[in-house]
Design a protein around this ligand. Structure first.
Ligand code: HEC
Length: 107
C-alpha cells in the first residue's frame, strides 16, 4: 500500500513538473544561450550584423519570412535556419530553446 502511494505521488509530481519544463522558459538562462547567436545577431538594436538585429522581434508585425512572430514560428526558424542561419534543431535542447524564446520576448 505504501509503495503504491509512493508511485502514485511520483506520477503526480511528474505531471506537475512536465508542463513547467515545456513552457515558461527562463529569460536569464536564455540570455546565456543567446551568446552563440550574438555572433550574428544584435540583441540591442535592429541593425543587421550577419543576420537581422533581433530587438523587438516579437513586437514586429511580420518576420522576414512574412510570418507572424509567434513562438511557434520563431522556434521553426531557430530549428531549421537557412540563408546563412545555422539550424539549431539538434544543437539546442527543447529546454534551451524555451529559455531562448523567453529571452527573445524581452528584447
Ligand atoms: C552564422 C550566423 C548566425 C547565427 C550564429 C545565428 N543566426 Fe539567426 N539568422 C542569420 C541570418 C543570416 C538570418 C537571416 C536569414 C534569412 O534572411 O532568411 C537569420 C535570421 C534569424 C531570425 C529571423 C529574424 C526575422 O526578423 O525574421 C531569427 C529569429 C534568428 N535568426 C534567431 C537566431 C537565434 C535565436 C540564434 C541562436 C540560437 C541565431 N539566430 C544564430 C544568421 C545567424
Amino acid at each position: 500500500m505504501q509503495k503504491f502511494l509512493l508511485i502514485g505521488s511520483g506520477v503526480i509530481l511528474a505531471a506537475c513538473l512536465l508542463p513547467a519544463a515545456q513552457k515558461g522558459g527562463d529569460p536569464a538562462k536564455g540570455k546565456e544561450v543567446f551568446e552563440q547567436c550574438s555572433v550574428c545577431h544584435n540583441a540591442d538594436s535592429e541593425e543587421k550584423k550577419m543576420g537581422p538585429g533581433l530587438k523587438g522581434l516579437f513586437k514586429k508585425a511580420k518576420l522576414a519570412n512574412g510570418k507572424k512572430p509567434t513562438e511557434e514560428n520563431v522556434r521553426a526558424i531557430v530549428n531549421s535556419g537557412g540563408n546563412g542561419m545555422p539550424a539549431y534543431d539538434s544543437i539546442l535542447t527543447d529546454e534551451e530553446k524555451n529559455h531562448l524564446i523567453a529571452y527573445l520576448k524581452t528584447l
